[in-house]
Structures are given as structure tokens and as C-alpha cells.
Design a protein around this ligand. Sequence first.
Ligand code: GLV
Length: 313
Amino acid sequence: MRVIVCLPADDAVPWLDLFAAALPDARVERREPDAPVAAGAPRADYVVAACPCRTVFAEQPAPKAVFTVSAGVAHALRLPNLPAGVPLIRVEDAGMAPQMVRYALAAVLRAALRLDAYAAQQRAARWEQHAPRAPASLAVGVLGLGVIGGEIARALAAQGFAVRGHARTRKAVAGVRCCAGDAELAAFLGGLAVLVSVVPHTPETTGLLDRAALSRLADGAHVVNMGRGSVLVEDDLIALLDSGKLSGATLDVFRAEPLPPEHPFWRRPEIAVTPHVAGLTIPEDTVAQIAAKIGRLERNLPVTGVVDRERGY
Ligand code: GLV
């Protein structure tokens, strides 16, 4: 079996060694992302796109599957010549969910405990206590109830928050009021004190969190975006912070990454900016997951995480 891993020479992660160790019977080869197309290159059974690789599919028109090493796949769907009938398979959790649960808990607890308001008071040397808010009195919404969103919703419910979730299709998460589809989006958003978005970038989610959607949240609500930057209309968020409708935001993902130095988000004290770190790929877990899926595919067994290219995720 031949496995090609597209990976720049200077990548810090020893992807090649990890794949070679996890697939001892395979020939695992590195390919420079933009290496010139080699006519007559031997056919690979699997391609791992560990970086944007612009020439590999001109050489490899028919692998059995293509793997990403991230949960998001928008970049992979744009790769030139990505073969149409071949399964594109994304990372599912593989150690990302626990990280993202911790990030979401930190952001929601920060908002619930009004730590931003107290930070502002500290800058003004103002001693003023606000009434504590019981978690059950705070509606917290998780937009996106996939593997990761479901874990986040469960963890927030365990803290006692009044948790709602929203997904395209009806999901069941214990202790969480689950809403589904466009028809229930307004009811999901209505009156939320904290909104946590973990939805991926797709044509359907682009610009979903615009002024109209965000205006449905409770007055003084806090917005957490840890899915994809394209989901949030950034100017609308700023306008709603300026108007006082929203009190703050915790943002890990942005329309342009790295976030440009001149971007207004950097200079807003009520916005916490982190550089796309809420759910980092854990190489060992990711390779183990991909190797297990290759094992299943070789035995003609179904695998999960196959991207629906129409939907974009
Ligand atoms: C992280 O954002 C990922 O898509 O894996």
C-alpha cells in the first residue's frame, strides 16, 4: 500500500514518522505541496493533505480516499483537481473535543462571572459588586451539535446553565433543549445570554451570525466564535458592541487569519482574541484515527467523517 503525505519540508510535526509507525505495512512517502507534476508517478492508495497541496491530484487522480488533518475542510475542498468520486475524510474529534470544551467553558464562565466587567472596573479602580447570576438563570446556546458541539453542550449543562443547542438536523443531547433547522433558529437564538458557535464554514453558514441573528440574543449577551470566522459578520458584531446590545465576545477564528494588525478586534477591550487555538490538531491521535480508517477501508468497511461535498462539510 502506498500512502502519500503532502507536507512542506519545514513542517514541525513529524507526520511522516507517525504515519510510517502507524502503517507498518505501507510505503509512506512525503510529497512537497507544490512539487512539479511527475508524469507516470506510481499510484497512491491514499493521500493525506497535511497542507494545501496544489499539484498532487494531477499525479494522483484516483486514490481510494483523501484525508485532511483538520476538522475544517474548506481549504481541502478548494484543492485543484481534487478527484470528484473519491471520499474526502476529515478529522473527527481526535483529541480536539476536550480542548474545545475547556475553551468554551472558560469563555462562558468568564461571561457568566462578569470577569470582563470587573476587568473594566479594575482599569477604572472602581470597586462595585454585581449580583451573582445563578447558572440556571443564564441561557447558553451552542450553535452546531456535531461531535464537538455535543460535548460542549453537555459540559455546559453539567455546570448548571440552561443550555440550548442548534443543528441542521434534530439531535438529542441529555439536558439540552435541541433545536433544528432554519425554522427553529430564531427560537434558539432568542434571549441567549451567551452564544457559542462551533459550526464549520459552509455556504449555508457563511454570514449566519449577522446583525439580524445577533439582535435576537439577550441584551448584554456575549458571543463566542470557535468554529469558523466566515460564520460571523464582523462589522455587525462591532456595531452591536458599539450600540450596547452586546457586551463582549471571545473570538478564536476570523475571516482573515492571521488577524491583520490593523483589525479593530485587536483594540476592543471587550473582545478576547485568541489565534485559532481552541482546538488544535493532536498529531498522534489524528494519525491513529486516519490509520484506523485506512484499515477499515482496506477491509471494505464503512468509515465516518466522509465530507458531503454538496454541503461543504
Ligand atoms: C481546526 O480549526 C480544524 O479545523 O481542525
